[in-house]
Unconditional design. Sequence first.
Length: 78
Amino acid sequence: MKWQDLIEANPDILAGKPVVKGTRLTAEFLLSLFAEGWTEQQVLENYPQLNRMALQAVFAFSAACLHDEQYFAQTLAA
């Protein structure tokens, strides 16, 4: 599965934010649900237009976006 088959960024849909094709559900929104503790089952039950492959594509898209990024630990002064 290629994430490009299921994720699109169209300037006419939500100002070009990446969405699951055929929906107005952004990758960012779906990731935030998981960050809040939602399970895959909860997401699929609440958004029946999605399937497991769409969620997998969201994670693959996110991984691809982060692949070449560099992050540096910041030390917080106490």
